[in-house]
Ligand binder design. Structure first.
Ligand SMILES: Cc1ncc(COP(=O)(O)O)c(C=O)c1O
Length: 477
């Protein structure tokens, strides 16, 4: 403390600090199963107000920071890493990835340009190449790690726009379905494609994009003098888990010379499992693909990825030179030539280290198990009197609603389904969220956390059955 400008810690202090954090983190993980899946939000507004504070001029001990973090603040969140988290699209938080982040942050090597850390960049290139292999993309494909699916979408649209429209971007039109993720329209806006150039195509009774409607919309735009350039299909929608007819969309895009992007943020990693590939038929034909390792590879939040079939198209968008930097690399993968970031950490290490530690077969086993659990649970939930199954699992997500003589209107059914989601969640064993899909509010269950096993799905079925019975019997009273 005599030398305030010296910010280094002694090795002993660093070890003690590391141990303190690991102890708490491991205890937290060990306790996830007994925490309420929906988090504890009692008094949350007051807590947030009390947390606003002026800058800390003097330091505090690490324990004084870790205590409230682990005891008060972390538990007041959705239970995203917990085994009962079946809401939205679950993430993961697999432990070795946290160790990889620790290594990446303490080593703090710069991976923007190949020359700065060639071996480390190669590990990241390997991780991207494994994904390329699982998705059966050609060797010419290149990719980039992003903070999530949204930024993968942004880079895909920018690459397609650059290649297909050049500087004449105002005439370009892009196609999504009414069930596509909202991040696509946002990404389009960021990439210079305004909302009035994004066409929303209707879906069929299974919530899949209608290829005939897509064809008509493209034709209408061409007749109006516009330039269709990009179509999005989805490998597992967020609302109902629908997999668009990817193969048919690919066919149409080939015929019409359009860039076909597949949003596989939720579903693409099921393509790792050879037996499940038919569920995603046509995915390897995509011109580009969004992947979200923080979903299907169970990583902590903060890792998405983009694969582009013609790697040169991604490079043409991002490659740049500067007199103060070494020449661009041609033999080896050079991250700043394929993505928008120059200074960057080492996002690929969490994937590389976790995959190497576990082996990819364990992932295939886990992903198959999640699909099996969803199929089994959907079958059981469909048997509950009062439940109508709207979308059985195409991958590992199913959606349903309540319908009963005591719920005579759509409005009453929607309200009851919403109440069902809230009451099941309030029980604390599993967390569920629903979605408004057209006129209907659907309940949904998505199985993707690596921590979700049969016991949680059993609890989910029991709690849906009990609350459905309670809601319907109350209506009859
Ligand atoms: C199908 C789909 N696409 C895209 C996204 C956006 O991905 P991210 O939240 O990683 O930006 C999501 C997020 O849940 C999603 O479910």
């Amino acid at each position: 403390m005599n030398d305030p400008a010296n910010l280094e810690f002694t090795p002993e202090t660093m070890r003690a600090m590391g141990h303190a954090v690991v102890e708490r983190a491991v205890a937290h993980i060990a306790g996830l199963g007994s925490m309420p899946s929906n988090g504890n939000f009692d008094g949350i507004e007051d807590l947030c107000r009390s947390l606003a504070e002026p800058e800390p001029l003097d330091g505090t001990t690490l324990d004084a920071l870790l205590d409230p973090l682990f005891e008060q603040w972390i538990p007041r969140s959705f239970g995203t890493p917990g085994p009962g988290y079946l809401a939205y699209i679950p993430g993961g938080g697999i432990y070795p990835a946290a160790l990889a982040d620790f290594i990446a942050d303490t080593a703090n090597r710069y991976t923007g340009i190949w020359q700065a850390a060639p071996a480390l960049v190669q590990l990241e290139a390997n991780a991207l190449d494994w994904m390329r292999g699982w998705m059966q993309f050609p060797a010419t494909a290149r990719g980039i790690f992003t903070p999530g699916g949204s930024m993968a979408m942004f880079n895909a649209i920018a690459a397609a726009r650059e290649q297909r429209l050049g500087t004449d971007i105002r005439a370009g039109t892009l196609y999504v379905s009414s069930q596509s993720h909202h991040s696509i329209t946002k990404a389009a806006r960021l990439a210079g494609i305004a909302h009035d150039r994004v066409r929303t195509i209707e879906v069929d009774e299974n919530f899949r994009m209608r290829v005939d409607a897509l064809q008509l919309a493209i034709g209408a735009d061409r007749s109006a003098g516009l330039k269709p350039f990009m179509v999005f299909s989805t490998a597992g929608t967020t609302n109902t888990g629908a997999v668009d007819p990817i193969d048919a969309v690919a066919e149409l895009c080939t015929r019409e010379a359009l860039w076909h992007h597949v949003d596989g943020a939720y579903g693409a990693f099921f393509h790792m499992v050879p037996e499940l590939r038919p569920l995603l038929a046509g995915l390897p034909r995509a011109d580009s693909l969004t992947l979200d390792p923080h979903k299907g590879l169970f990583l902590p939040y903060g890792t998405g990825a983009l694969l582009v079939r013609d790697g040169e198209a991604l490079r043409a968008l991002h490659a740049s030179e500067a007199g103060y930097l070494p020449d661009n690399q041609n033999e080896f993968y050079d991250p700043a030539q394929y993505g928008p970031d120059l200074s960057r950490g080492f996002p690929g290490l969490r994937i590389w280290l976790t995959l190497k530690l576990l082996g990819s077969d364990r992932y295939r086993a886990a992903l198959s198990e999640k699909r099996g659990l969803a199929c089994w649970a959907a079958g059981e939930v469909a048997k509950i009197p009062g439940i109508v199954m709207d979308a059985p699992p195409q991958l590992s997500l199913f959606a349903f609603h309540l319908e009963h003589g005591s719920l005579p209107t759509l409005e009453a059914q929607n309200a009851a389904t919403r109440t069902l989601m809230q009451r099941v969640t309030a029980r604390g064993r599993v967390m569920l969220t629903g979605a408004q899909v057209g006129e209907r509010f659907l309940g949904r269950v998505c199985v993707l956390s690596f921590r979700t096993r049969r016991a949680q799905m059993q609890a989910c079925i029991e709690d849906i059955a009990a609350e459905t019975a309670a809601i319907l019997s109350k209506r009859q009273d």
